[in-house]
Design a protein around this ligand. Structure first.
Ligand code: ANZ
Length: 823
């Protein structure tokens, strides 16, 4: 029990860490249990794709914080589910295998075991008994089950459409995976092909996916990106009749401008283009269409791009003014938005204005603008105002006019209110081998048929030569044993669908599987899902703002509508970690050769030092560059903790005296540490621990440690350190004579009276002159001081129009804002 100073060895993390990780696992410390008397907490990391490169220290900014929280919640008396698994199907895994000439099953297994080893190395407390792998039949069988569920609910359909085709990936891609003719994996030359493919009807859920955002605690930025992506727009549909009696439907948000229409334009892909093109315009239109097909949607939307188009030779009639206007084809009209056709109002829409300028089309002002006196219109006036030259609507406000015109169109069967969404249906087909086979067969007699559920899974067969052959079909097409099957209706010969599902299908439901990962009769045990879901905290990178996070919300809603779930949002709270950059500020990547691995850091400094530094380097959500000094500092701190115990833990049983000042500090530290973990202010959590350790070390140096308070503080310090630096705290726990693991200790409580925060007054200055004071708690961070200071009206008003040059902060005393000299 009494380890004397002389026998206390130096701190050597390498001799402690792997032994303890094994011990914890053998004792099942991190197994998630569903015992009835405790509240639950589900803490989840984004489903990682186990790339061949392994983890680098940037990944630890995700995995360490969630581990801290999971460990803390266990000590707070929660049943914690903190699982890990592998998003191992998909193109990156297949490409990696192609590049290494090894089958993706083999490379995937190698990569996952390497990831798992690294995660253990950094002390992550996952419940490995729940590990899942989306490329194993026990998992993808249920991905197929959900595909069929969507299919039966009319939410999965096959359609022939123009798709992005990447010659590098040899597969179709969804529009969000392509930008400027380059695919998300960096291949150029992406073009369009007309290919039949499978879609999920996510657009049916567009409205709920917007309103649901109000119920969840997610970063505003991510919510805004989802709203934008869905892009709901309320407006009006208007029918323009051609001279031949065809109708062109256009979508407009400004029906009030209808009397200013001087042309109608169709997207080059619009189905009516061919029929409306006159013989003499045919070759010009066709070549324009070919040129447009090579442009990405993003290019076509670029505002500063010259607006181009071609006249079809046909005319339509304005339904209200009866005016005859020409029909053009223009590539700034997108086939996928609204109805793929627009009414051109050059006076009030900037793109239409530029287009009209290029082709000499008339510009007719129908909304009065504030600078109406100008003779030459230099740009479109897009605001509202009094309506001009608009038949019976002349003179009223354009806002009223928009409603009245929409009504008139509706009454006369010429259009009416309409809502458009920017989001398209989700293209799920991939013409690749390494993915979940789509459980559909095609019978000459009975057409498209779902594979009966009791015949799932449709196994992905092993294939030596799984690489695409350039035919645009997946390698599965070359395997007759897979391709040929029987029709579930008539038993006659049929063929299987050979497309596989893109990886986002697996990640749309994997979080449900963790609740009962070994269930072999259903995708999940309903009771387990009811117990654990929704996920209480979901953490990962901000790059998934739309795709995965939107798709998972969509599937959850579909499953809820099918009666399988009682909740409609899967992730109650979401946080995005900041990026960790290389020391030179560049992104860490293998190709740049600047990757720092946890392996090398653990070998040199130990996992606890790595964890501590990862938390301390910056606020959780901020980008930051790696610094060697940072991790050395973390290691020095741990040496200090170690010495604190080695030198003083000798007489705990005998010390009885009290230390009132230390007592107060102890309670305040418990309070701060607890509050900062709960609110994910993990860098300041580390500073509170450091301050407390400093205080204890000072007492040690001043020979003030022979007190009961001091020794109790040491014990509680270990408990508070446990979630953050789990190895050293557990080692010290047993070295100081405690039984069991520190990780099984209850989280300490604080006495609110003792932990009451003392207030200090801070002077707020601008360029050295006093502009106000604020009363704050002693431990306040600089960031919080800054926020309060800037919110003072006097400070705020004096800073408007000025640039802040520097900030000087003397903690708990003065906050001085220095402005840049005016030029
Ligand atoms: C006539 C008009 C007059 C328009 C005016 C705007 C101002 P948001 O707000 O983003 O929904 N539009 C409609 N379909 C389009 C397509 N397929 N490709 C490109 N542009 C399209 O944008 C709606 C507006 O975008 C619509 O309203 C239409 O132009 C254009 F003074 O119609 B507007």
């Amino acid at each position: 029990m009494c380890a004397a100073k002389s026998v206390w060895p130096p701190y050597n993390p390498q001799s402690i860490e792997s032994r303890l990780q094994e011990l914890w696992e053998s004792q099942g410390l991190f197994l998630a249990r569903e015992s009835g008397d405790k509240p639950k907490y589900y803490c989840l990391d984004f489903f990682p794709y186990p790339s061949g490169d392994g983890l680098h220290v940037g990944h630890c900014r995700n995995y360490v914080p969630t581990d801290v929280l999971s460990r803390y919640k266990r000590m707070k008396g929660f049943n914690v589910l903190h699982p890990m698994g592998w998003d191992s199907f998909g193109e990156p895994a297949e490409q990696f295998a192609v590049a290494h000439g090894v089958h993706p099953r083999i490379t995937t297994d190698q990569n996952t075991s390497n990831f798992k080893r690294q995660m253990r190395l950094i002390g992550a407390s996952y419940d490995w008994s729940r590990e899942i792998d989306s490329s194993q039949p026990e998992f993808y069988r249920w991905t197929q089950f959900f595909f069929l569920l969507l299919y039966k609910r009319g939410l999965a359909y096959r359609d022939k459409n123009w798709q992005w085709w990447c010659p590098g990936c040899q597969t179709t891609l969804s529009s969000h995976e392509v930008s400027n003719g380059v695919c998300w994996r960096g291949h150029s030359g992406v073009t369009k092909r007309e290919i039949p493919a499978w879609y999920f009807r996510i657009t049916t859920y567009a409205d709920q996916l917007i309103t649901g955002l109000d119920e969840i605690d997610w970063p505003e930025r991510i919510k805004a990106m989802q709203r934008n992506w869905i892009g709901r727009s309320e407006g009006c549909e208007v029918l323009f009749r051609t001279e031949m009696g065809e109708s062109i439907r256009v979508f407009t948000t400004r029906p009030d401008t209808i009397y200013g229409v001087t042309f109608v334009a169709l997207a080059p892909e619009h189905p009516l283009v061919d029929r409306l093109t006159t013989a003499d315009m045919a070759s010009a239109v066709t070549s324009y269409q070919t040129q447009a097909a090579s442009q990405s949607e993003i290019e076509r939307l670029m505002e500063d791009r010259p607006k181009t188009g071609v006249f079809t030779g046909s005319f339509v009639f304005n339904p209200l003014s009866r005016e005859r206007v020409p029909v053009w084809v223009a590539d700034y009209v997108l086939p996928t938005y609204g109805s793929g056709a627009i009414m051109g109002v050059p006076a009030h829409d900037q793109r239409d204005f530029e287009f009209a300028r290029s082709y000499g089309l008339p510009v007719i002002t129908v909304i009065e603008s504030p600078d109406a006196a100008e003779l030459e219109i230099a740009a479109a006036y897009t605001g509202h105002g009094r309506m001009l030259d608009s038949g019976p609507y002349t003179g009223i406000s354009s806002v009223d006019g928009a409603n009245q015109i929409t009504n008139e169109l509706l009454q006369r069967g010429l259009g009416g209110p309409s809502v458009s969404y920017r989001m398209r249906d989700w293209l799920i087909s991939r013409q690749r081998y390494w993915g979940t086979p789509i459980p559909i067969v095609y019978c000459p007699e009975h057409g498209e048929q779902p594979v009966p559920e009791d015949q799932l899974p449709v196994f992905l067969p092993p294939m030596e030569n799984f690489q695409p052959d350039g035919s645009g079909r997946s390698a599965l097409a070359r395997l007759p044993e897979f391709l040929n099957t029987t029709c579930p209706v008539c038993g006659g010969l049929a063929t299987r669908e050979i497309d596989t599902m893109g990886g986002f299908a697996c990640s749309s439901w994997y979080f449900l599987r963790f609740t009962s990962p070994h269930d072999d009769r259903s995708p999940f045990d309903p009771r387990a899902v009811e117990y654990w879901m929704p996920v209480d905290l979901y953490v990962g990178g901000a790059e998934h703002a739309v795709l995965h996070l939107l798709y998972a919300r969509f599937w959850t809603r579909v499953l809820a509508d099918a009666g399988l779930l009682s909740f409609r949002e899967p992730f109650s709270k979401l946080l995005n970690q900041g990026q960790l950059l290389a020391p030179d500020g560049a992104r860490m990547s293998k190709s740049r050769g600047n990757v720092i691995t946890p392996d090398s850091m653990v070998a040199t400094y130990g996992a606890d030092a790595l964890r501590l530094y990862e938390l301390f380097m910056a606020p959780f959500d901020q980008d930051i560059s790696w610094s060697k000094d940072g991790i050395t500092g973390a290691r020095r701190f741990l040496n200090k903790v170690w010495r604190l115990f080695g030198d003083t833990y000798k007489e705990s049983a005998t010390a009885v005296r009290k230390d009132a000042e230390l007592e107060k500090s102890l309670h305040q530290t418990i309070r701060w540490v607890s509050e900062r973990i709960e609110t994910f202010r993990l860098n300041t959590l580390v500073s509170s621990l450091m301050e407390f350790v400093n205080m204890l070390s000072e007492r040690q140096r001043a020979d003030m440690w022979h007190t009961e308070t001091f020794h109790r503080s040491l014990d509680i310090l270990l408990v508070m350190l446990a979630p953050v630096v789990p190895y050293i705290s557990d080692e010290l726990w047993s070295r100081t004579g405690h039984l069991g693991s520190v990780h099984q200790q209850p989280w300490p409580a604080w006495d609110p009276e003792l932990a009451k925060e003392e207030l200090v007054e801070i002077a707020i200055q601008i360029n050295g002159r006093l502009r106000g004071t604020i009363q704050v708690a002693v431990g306040i961070t600089q960031k919080d001081v800054q926020e309060l200071a800037l919110s003072l009206p006097r400070v705020n008003s004096q800073l408007t129009g000025k640039k802040v040059d520097k900030i000087y902060y003397i903690p708990a005393k003065v906050f001085n804002i220095v402005t840049a000299p005016e030029v």
